[in-house]
Ligand binder design. Structure first.
Ligand code: ADP
Ligand code: MG
Length: 243
């Protein structure tokens, strides 16, 4: 579903992603962990072309691009294959829950209005917020806003959903409802890449945990292996701090 070959990203002279090789299968749930400032967000943002990668090739579904020679149309097509869930929800403050979910369908995917709103209503049902269709973000809890953020990603039918610390901005009381929705998606085998510090989510849901440090994949494997039998001293050191 996703394949990265030597994906690199520099900001000026700073190397943030240092040749990432990674293959993710359809339906796989991958959790990415690692110290702060180590390139986790940049990796997700490069996959979505929110950042322009510096070098490498990238495949999503049946499209492969050399990141330096991708046409505008190819970049757009890559972007439409993935959907992003942001730490701070990134909802439009002046749009209702329904409009937030319909927005990309209308603007990016050019769906007719009626079809987009029908789809958005179905999604609101699925995320348990049918009664919030006309609510603005300010009138919703953090947990509800993030569920709308996830609903927006679901609505697109993207092949892969990229989650960047989706529960880090939430008050503790809302974390479980958001993780619950993510677990629901995982049980439907939606392909997901999730940067999170929620180790219980990683343990219960991930097929694979990837530990990143210094812009490189240091170690990866099933959660049981990474959490209880890490091989690399950097992984051990990181886990000691967070578990
Ligand atoms: P993580 O998500 O693992 O905490 P990030 O991917 O956000 O790490 O950042 C990795 C490094 O890249 C950091 O040193 C950060 O300062 C740098 N960085 C991220 N975005 C930018 C940017 N737009 N311009 C310059 N440096 C950036
Ligand atoms: Mg980050």
């Amino acid at each position: 579903m996703i394949r990265l070959d030597s994906l690199s990203k520099q900001f000026g002279k700073t190397v943030v992603l240092d040749g990432i090789d990674l293959t993710i299968e359809k339906g796989e749930i991958v959790v990415i962990i690692g110290p702060s400032g180590t390139g986790k967000s940049t990796l997700l943002r490069c996959i979505n072309f929110l950042e322009q990668p510096t070098a490498g090739t990238m495949t999503v579904g049946d499209l492969t691009v050399d990141v330096n020679h991708a046409s505008r149309a190819e970049i757009l097509s890559m972007r439409r294959r993935t959907a992003f869930v942001f730490q701070n929800y990134a909802l439009f403050a002046n749009k209702t829950a329904l409009q937030n979910i319909a927005e990309r369908l209308l603007v990016v995917d050019k769906w007719p209005k009626e079809k987009a709103y029908k789809r958005a209503r179905e999604i609101l049902q699925q995320i348990g917020l049918a009664d919030k269709a006309d609510a603005y973000p300010a009138a919703m809890s953090g947990g509800q806003q993030q569920r709308v953020g996830i609903g927006r990603a679901m609505a697109t039918g993207a092949e892969v959903i990229l989650f960047d610390e989706p529960t880090s901005s939430l008050d503790p009381e809302w974390v479980e409802e958001v993780l619950g929705l993510m677990k629901q998606l995982a049980s439907e085998r939606q392909t997901m890449m999730v940067v999170t510090h929620e180790m219980s989510f990683a343990r219960d849901v991930a097929d694979r945990v990837i530990f990143i440090d210094g812009g490189r994949i240091v170690e990866q494997g099933p959660p049981g292996e990474i959490f209880y039998n890490p091989k690399d001293p950097r992984t051990k050191d990181f886990l000691k701090k967070i578990l």
